[in-house]
Design a protein around this ligand. Structure first.
Ligand code: ATP
Ligand code: MG
Length: 417
């Protein structure tokens, strides 16, 4: 077969081939297990949503909405967008399905694909995967710590070291007013020297100027939100830090860490790992006490986070993953092949991964295939075995071979020993 195809996957998307898919399965299993230990319930949501959902909840002035969304019209002229993040859909589901009626506190997690039109590079793709968790209904710093710990536990189980936790508090809309006033005053004179984005942010979303990479030096000494926290926000942040301390979770306070929109409140955090180079953020999150009301619900506090799984993959130790079956069946002739096929189906029914050659290739080719499949056992059936009503069962690890009656039940019993 020619190795060249006319088609290639689209820039910024990734093919995950069998060996790598095994690693993805492992990560996903760890995420699910951990999330369930924390009593987060899984939700799955559609690949695309009405564009307005993201415009309103992700926010018109964010990079995601301004330049990264895959937006298209359906045949009815409705504007749709491939989901670039999870929180808007989770909140929509929570409101649309009246999940608030099920209890004052709801804890969700998801593992989903996200889509953003960004310049593809290492750790930055146009289609990527995130896992995330959202706690809806709790205003407590305990929930923020619970979220942080759940992500750290997952990094730990994956043996990913050196993940740093940066935290900050950006206050509530009340204390933020004072910050914004002072901050804008500070920036007024400097504005002409700042980048185009920051000039736009000055009008739409000034807090975001604090994390502009280009203008970092130029705004040194600027006021920061944490200087303006009201008593309630201060206390909340103290409790957040105390509970992290209690669990021996190390953190850095980065008083420039922000999330740009009004409905983000109090706690913000991010996980970074310097081994990732310039795309060093593994995940991030925070409290969004104002979002649910903003989206038409009752006043409901909430917080959450999202972690990029593709970036986690880059941090995993390279371990060779082996494809494999429990049993491979090798047959010598047509009649043996029919017996082998019955045993194949019997063993699959009994819960073993099992395979054989459907093309009746040579015995040599079948053994080669058993090897390629890393079979733990090989069952061999030829004319002699058939006549004697047995199969040869070879334990590939030990190199031992045994004769077993040609009955699925007997073979299963032997395999389970
Ligand atoms: P960055 O600053 O790297 O653009 P972000 O602030 O846009 O990140 P979030 O929206 O907070 O990221 O998404 C959470 C996580 O999702 C990120 O920390 C990252 O691990 C992952 N992520 C975001 N965008 C991409 C992408 N284009 N490709 C792969 N992973 C991504
Ligand atoms: Mg981004």
């Amino acid at each position: 077969m020619s190795s060249k195809s006319k088609f290639k996957n689209v820039k910024g998307t990734r093919d995950i081939l069998p060996e790598e898919a095994i690693r993805w399965q492992k990560i996903e299993n760890i995420i699910r297990k951990k999330m369930e230990q924390y009593n987060f319930q899984e939700v799955r949501f559609p690949t695309f949503e009405a564009t307005d959902l993201f415009r309103k909840s992700t926010g018109e002035s964010t990079d995601i909405v301004r330049k990264e969304m895959f937006t298209f019209e359906d045949m009815g002229g409705r504007s749709l967008t491939l989901k670039p993040e999870g929180t808007p859909s989770v909140v929509r589901m929570f409101l649309q399905h009246g999940l608030f009626n099920k209890g004052a506190l709801q804890k969700f997690y998801y593992i989903e694909r996200m889509f953003r039109q960004e310049r593809p590079q290492k750790g930055r793709y146009r289609e990527f995967r995130q896992f995330g968790a959202e706690v809806i209904g709790s205003s407590s710093a305990e929930s923020d710590v619970e979220l942080v710990k759940s992500a750290l536990d997952i990094f730990n189980e994956l043996d990913i070291k050196d993940v740093e936790l940066n935290i900050n508090s950006i206050g509530c809309p009340r204390c933020r007013k004072n910050f914004i006033k002072e901050f804008k005053g500070f920036l007024k004179e400097k504005l002409s020297g700042l980048c185009e984005d920051c000039n736009r942010r000055y009008a739409e979303n000034p807090m975001r100027i604090l994390d502009c990479k280009r203008d970092k030096k130029k705004i040194k000494g600027a006021p920061v939100p944490s200087d303006f926290l009201c008593d309630e926000c201060k206390e909340h942040f103290e409790e957040f830090k105390n509970r992290l301390d209690f669990l021996n979770i190390k953190f850095n306070i980065d008083n420039r860490l922000v999330r740009g929109l009004d409905y983000y409140t109090k706690t913000v955090f991010e996980f970074v790992n310097s081994n990732l180079g310039s795309q060093n953020e593994v995940g991030g999150g925070g409290r969004y006490d104002e979002l649910i009301k903003f989206m038409g619900g009752e006043d409901t506090p909430a917080s959450g986070y999202a972690v990029g799984i593709d970036r986690l993959m880059l941090l995993l130790k390279e371990e060779e993953e082996k494809l494999g079956v429990d049993v491979y069946i090798v047959t010598f002739d047509e009649e043996s092949d029919a017996e082998g096929w019955k045993i194949l189906n019997g063993l699959r029914d009994a819960g073993f991964s099992c395979d054989k050659d459907p093309m009746r290739r040579t015995v040599k080719a079948q053994f080669r295939e058993a090897d390629r499949q890393n079979a733990k056992w090989v069952i061999i059936i030829g004319e002699d075995e058939r006549k004697r009503g047995i199969v040869q069962l070879k334990n590939m690890g030990k190199g031992e071979q045994k004769e077993i009656p040609m009955k699925t039940g007997k073979i299963v019993k032997e395999l389970k020993c």
